[in-house]
Design a protein around this ligand. Sequence first.
Ligand code: WQD
Length: 339
Amino acid sequence: MRVLLAGGAGYVGTHTAIALIEAGHEAVLLDDLSNTSAEVTARIESITGKAAPLASGSAASVADVERVFDEFGPFDSIMHFAAKKAVGESVEKPLDYYRNNLGSTFALLEVGIARGIRSFIFSSTGTVYSDPADLPFGEGATRNLVELSNPYSKSKLMNEVVLSDVQRVNPELNITLLRYFNPVGAHESGLVGEDPKGIPNNLMPYVARVAVGGLSEISVYGTDYDTPDGTGQRDYIHVVDLADGHVAALEKAEPGLKAYNLGTGNPVSVLELISSFEKAVGRELPKKMAPRRAGDLAATYCDPAVAERELGWKAARTIDDMTRDVWNWQSRNPRGYDG
Ligand code: WQD
């Protein structure tokens, strides 16, 4: 099938394009390159032997999306990765987040439905869950919008509401909501990986940057949580497992709306992740214990049983696979795609 990946030159989009091509599908990337590099297309071709054309433009612009359909269509499916996703930044700039993260969905739906797509696969998030009493989070554990702590997560839950109402009046359309937990890792080739601009907000890329000497030491945000070692627990999922989940969702798509948790179901703590990374690097990394970060939950992890049962998909890679592959990517590309 022919798939338009909105935000497809980003971290998850790039890995998904590779998985799609390797499964015999065609991938076209639409990206404004605000948080990635056009270099990814050459890397995708090196890995797969096939091109994934890149159309430069905004997924939030109807004119840009129309142009991509005119030039590269028709498409069987749209996969929508194009979103701002820094939780802290979203608190500072709520309007930017709502305008971009909702406006992109509106434009893609308007053009995609008019042009006859059969499925719309949406990059959602495990941060739509909020109540620790619901752990491990199942797909039915979403709570009210106002209980979410930041505009990023709210924008994602709002998207899910919009998509549900739109699907109801387009009954032949499949809409799949893929709720990612914490995507980390990199393709085994070391040719593509996570390359955040500036200083990383997230733990794994921050640890990787310290390991290559780009940053001085890791801060462990909080050691007094009610967890086995006192540090925050997350459900880290290898980005290649996540990409495979998108291929499974595309190939299983049938009319209707479905939500799936894409996670491992295994909580891993900050100290456990750092220890795994130190094993991959072969040396200790500089770290300091620091106060909790505002807005953080002690633990978040999912029950992935519905995706396993209905998509025939299960995350296969361990935290040691994730840190090994991140170190392979980062050590080969100390400055990311900038060489
Ligand atoms: C993980 C743990 C921190 C940095 C992210 C994205 C969000 C969503 C889910 C897609 C926490 C601790 C972190 C550091 C630390 N992605 N930490 N030192 O907050 O779960 O959310 O994944 O939807 O968009 O932001 O991930 O990696 O920031 O934090 O100790 O320098 O690491 O306290 O316990 P988070 P994270």
